[in-house]
Design a binder for this molecule. Sequence first.
Ligand SMILES: Cc1ncc(COP(=O)(O)O)c(C=O)c1O
Length: 450
Amino acid sequence: MADTFLMTTTTAAAPAKRNRVDDETETKKKLATATQNGTVFNPATSLANARHEFGEHGGVNMSIEASVTFTVMEPETLRRMFAGELGPDRDFFVYSRHFNPTVLNLSRLMAALEGTEAAYCTSSGMSAISAAILQLTSTGEHVVASRTLYGGTHALLTHFLPRTCNITTTFVEISDIEMVDEAIIEGKTKVLYFESVSNPTLSVANIPELCRVAHRKGVTVVVDNTFTPMVISPVKLGADVVVHSISKYISGGADIIAGAVCGPASLVNSMMDLHQGAIMLLGPTMNPKIAFELSERIPHLGLRMKEHSNRALVFATRLKKLGFKVIYPGLEDHPHHELLKSIHNKDYGYGGLLCIDMETEERANKLMSYLQNYGQFGFMAVSLGYYETLMSCSGSSTSSELNSEEKVLAGISPGLVRMSVGYIGTLEQKWNQLEKAVSRLQEYGFPNKN
Ligand SMILES: Cc1ncc(COP(=O)(O)O)c(C=O)c1O
């Protein structure tokens, strides 16, 4: 069935079947396209160039195709669709756990956002991650992954995949390219997996270098770009596949759980295969009504990202001046500042997340409690990308799946407060609230300006 469902007319080589020479050439080609004709890839331009789907009656918005199943004029057409001779590229749809027109339209926007040949959306970020990894690996095969990952992904790789599928993972320090290279077992390692900016420590991955190392050994690079949509475009830096938790910035409303896999059409089509497809057979299907909702939010993602980044940089700079231990890759003293500066899309800043290391969980809790209940600055909650500021102590929440030793290796201090900076109100209004809350902390002797 695979070949008929290509999203575009070009066919990419299946990632699993590449050889070394092709892979290195491909990385170079991708890096070259990123700066083709002297113009750098701009996700906003790419989104504006994506096909605009009008509604059935000429509405400026597309209609929602809510049907589970699709009728045909001739019985032969059904047979041909199941045989893979007719597909969504020619407007033939079978059943909405397979391609659905509204979900496909959102997926086209996701492909445009990431500059990939194709994409498909799923019911959560976790299902996008697990489907992508399961599609690219088989039992007995191996993944090399960053040791600093969202807790759910870490647990998937540490516990779930070895138990259920005999797919094992070696965790590495992703900034140590030599360690990554050594961990890759040629022939056995199929995926190199990392986050473009790590959750929660905000380390920046050297995507071009990591891709070079992986591609030399025929390994597919999968990048979770949840923290930095528009800010970083991993495929334009050499990566093969991007996964997203759309539940965060792309949705922006903290009201929808959703995900996406963006990559070569061959991969997306293989995920929909009737016999072997991880999305088709495991069924993490996105509801078309949700796809419609989300497609209405993508056009203002760029504006939102700019303001998230702008405020995060201002607050990080000012908090640092107040004596707090601030981790933000937009600050010059961040160890990966120069790297991020060299790979980010300049218009979108350095991302909307910052961390304050309060060293102990008790202090972290005090800070968050003052910020929410005294300063009215934000909400104590996990997740990110909302218009209000959200803050959580990562070690005891979204990274609690990691054991103590894994947390130390991942660089997660027990007092690390991750803050997703919102854009509601005015910047100065929110700063006043923040300053009021943190000044109360001084009664307790911190920040400790030593
Ligand atoms: C970086 C990252 N990736 C993936 C996920 C999982 O996404 P979802 O909650 O949409 O399944 C999260 C959730 O917090 C995350 O932070």
